[in-house]
Design a protein around this ligand. Structure first.
Ligand code: PYC
Length: 324
């Protein structure tokens, strides 16, 4: 196997969107060659995964971060190409992360207010940045794949949820016994992790057998100005600090399918930290096109340093309690 040498320095800008952090990699990343962003993601996954672990895992990162490797877009008129990743692997799309990328590009002076396009592994997304640094992401198409799917959960009995796509695969649960607040974080994480494992064990998947790697619980909003509150378990067993852009897209697809959300109607999704992302959908024939609006704030501009001899240059890759 080819031995990959990490560079001495990788330049990053960190931001957070509604509390959820995004680490944009500006330079020092691997050379992934030409081709679509999806093809370059496959090269990254197959040959350069050490970069993901080195940039995102401890001791230079943490399991809470979502990484965004900025790439030359295929279409030179697009603002950037991007591959999103986390402590456990790679994401097709990331709503809060796209808002973080937009805020970072604006911070760097690479884009100004107006409309731009960003290429992701699951397709191109449009963004609009306003004068107040608020970003609206025109996400990829969202849809409900299966409704009211039954899963047996040891200790909890039968639970029901919808399987929906919003740029990632989600299992959305309305009925559960939990209060969605941070003082119940351990229980929420354990429950949703059990759901994820039960889905996999019972062959409940997204389209084409895709693994459902995000579990989303809902309850009434704490703030009456909002429409709903959520808790989202991400693939690396960490919860989304934001209301989750792709999760909100999946939720809106289910609401549309149930006749509970009309095109253009605003949906204010409150997350576990009380922060809010605002969504709406447009219809294009049968297709549901979600829009997500939020703000991101830059928190750091830094160089990650990889000294020769550092035994943890490649990161401490832990996933679900195991050192990999
Ligand atoms: O905002 O889409 C999102 C997201 C996915 C995982 C973490 N955040």
């Amino acid at each position: 196997m080819q031995k990959i040498t990490l560079p001495y320095r990788i330049e990053i800008v960190d931001s957070h969107t509604a509390g959820e952090p995004t680490r944009c990699v500006l330079s020092g990343g691997p050379h992934l060659g030409a081709g679509s962003i999806a093809e370059r993601l496959e090269r990254l996954r197959a040959h350069y995964d050490v970069y993901r672990r080195a940039i995102l895992c401890e001791p230079r990162g943490s399991e809470v971060l979502v990484g965004a490797l900025l790439l030359e877009p295929v279409d030179p008129t697009a603002a950037a190409g991007v591959i999103f990743f986390n402590n456990a692997g790679y994401l097709g799309m990331c709503g809060h992360g796209t808002i973080g990328v937009a805020a970072t590009l604006a911070y760097l002076g690479r884009i100004g207010a107006g409309k731009h396009r960003i290429e992701t592994p699951v397709g191109e997304v449009a963004i609009e940045l306003d004068e107040k640094n608020e970003v609206t992401v025109a996400n990829v198409e969202a849809y409900r794949y299966r409704a009211h799917v039954q899963v047996e959960l040891p200790g909890h009995g039968t639970i029901y949820g919808d399987v929906a796509w919003g740029g990632n695969w989600f299992f959305l649960i309305e009925k559960h016994p939990f209060r969605l607040s941070l003082d119940h974080e351990d229980e929420l994480t354990e429950f949703t992790w059990q759901v994820r494992k039960a889905l996999a064990a019972n062959g409940v998947t997204g389209a084409n057998g895709a693994e459902i790697d995000h579990i989303e619980l809902f309850t009434a909003a704490h703030d009456p100005a909002n429409d709903s509150r959520n808790y989202v378990l991400c693939p690396g067993k960490e919860y989304d600090r934001s209301p989750c852009g792709t999760g909100t897209s999946a939720k809106m697809a289910c609401l549309v399918a149930d006749g509970k959300l009309a095109p253009g109607q605003l949906w204010r999704q409150e997350g576990i930290l009380d922060s809010v992302l605002t969504g709406r959908v447009e219809r294009d024939g049968d297709r549901i096109l979600p829009f997500i609006t939020g703000s991101a704030y830059v928190t750091a501009e830094a160089s990650l340093i990889f000294e020769a001899g550092d035994p943890f240059r490649g990161g401490i890759a832990q996933h679900n309690g195991k050192v990999l």
